[in-house]
Design a protein around this ligand. Sequence first.
Ligand code: CU
Length: 492
Amino acid sequence: MKNRRDFLRNTLGVGATLAAAPRLFPAPQANGAGMDMDHMSHGGPRSRIVSVETPDIPHLPWTTANGAKEFHLIAEPVKQEFVPGKIVNLWGYNGSAPGPTMEVNQGDRVRIIVDNHLPEATSMHWHGFEIPVDMDGAPGSSQDPIPPGGRFVYEFTLHQEGTFFYHSHMAMQEMMGMIGAFIMHPEKAYDPPVDKDFAIILQEFAILPNNPIPNSMNMEFNWLTFNGKAGPATTPLIVRLNDRVRLRFINLGMDHHPIHVHGHTFVVTGTEGGRQPKTTWGPKNTVLVGVAEAADVEFVANNPGDWMVHCHLPHHMMNQMSSVVGTMTRRSNGMPAGLGMEEGMGILREGHATSEDKGPSSGRGMGVGSTRDQTVGNGPLSAPQTEYSMDNMPAMQHKGMQRAAPEVAKDANSVPGFPQDAFMEGPAMAMDKMVDKPENYGLRPGWSGFMQGMMTFLRVLPPDLYNKVMDLREQQKDKPEPMPGMEHHHHG
Ligand SMILES: [Cu+2]
């Protein structure tokens, strides 16, 4: 018991000096199993518990103070890069949206200092925690909201285990990104133990074209993210062939997401309430993760390959879905008569984007919105049109994009319903180089053109390739992480 706690303390303690490092927990050694904790804890009951990886999201370090694990969360505006060049203003914690992942052990006493650096009041809710009501974070009923510049210290003992999360209890702040994973490891390792354990937070945002701020009232969600990234910028889940794998999905948004894993059959082993008994485990390949729910699934990765993991709602497999997108997809017909270029592209200098006079020019009303859409027909871009559009968007990073003529039949225009995929996907979107990272090593060339929205890969790798990816990841760790936006300034 003590050894196990010491391990996590030591591991996380190192993280205190690496607050910005996204990969707090190093990859397992090439010849080891999991985190190789057997050697560190002498085979105790927790010996087979591995730390949870949350790709693209850092872990929150902690210190020990006054008999508790002490964490520090700062609620603040953040810039999040969904895909290269798409930087949006969200609200989150400690520079990240979703906020950093917290990992604790069942039985721990924890203290969480929450500072509010937002321009308005907030309150922190510990979702599903069985704790005293004055620690619950319900604004107005269990505590006063934390004012801007204010602080609230939460402290409680945790007797639960499972996949939990924390979030602002101000509804619209939730839709600005304010959620984070809170993993409670069990006193005794789950049976069977896993070799790899991942958590993915599902979020959605409605963002007008060329507007960097989500409209939290709009329900036409056009940016769908895994851990704050949309495909192809999501970081693949790297596992070894025949590893036992746990995926933990957490959903906080306005939609339920049916998450589908290719090539494998899994069992649902837990919910937002904790571990489920084995008698409830039936075979599945899709799990519906409802709003405010979590789902743990487990399987043996016995099928080698680069397998897609994605939400199966068709509209959640796209980026920047919008029926009016200005010059990006339409060289003409994209702008209403009598308005300027900026208004036509949704860049507003005065007034509200959804006001009576501006709404139509931005192509959106307040709600479902199709009533305000401009009457433009869909149509695939020819290669020259794509070229023209890209070259006329100096702020858009397009170096490294792969362009080719869309594959379209000669008589395509005579087929009712055309175009569908030729409109959304294809020629302008492949950006393998722009999203290059160790975890993408060896993927099929051009793969990125077909990854959008809530999509990532489960890469089930044979030993050679697995070791190669892990070596590359080790090398990358020594390089400084670029800040969102910094690498895009030299364009234009
Ligand atoms: Cu979905």
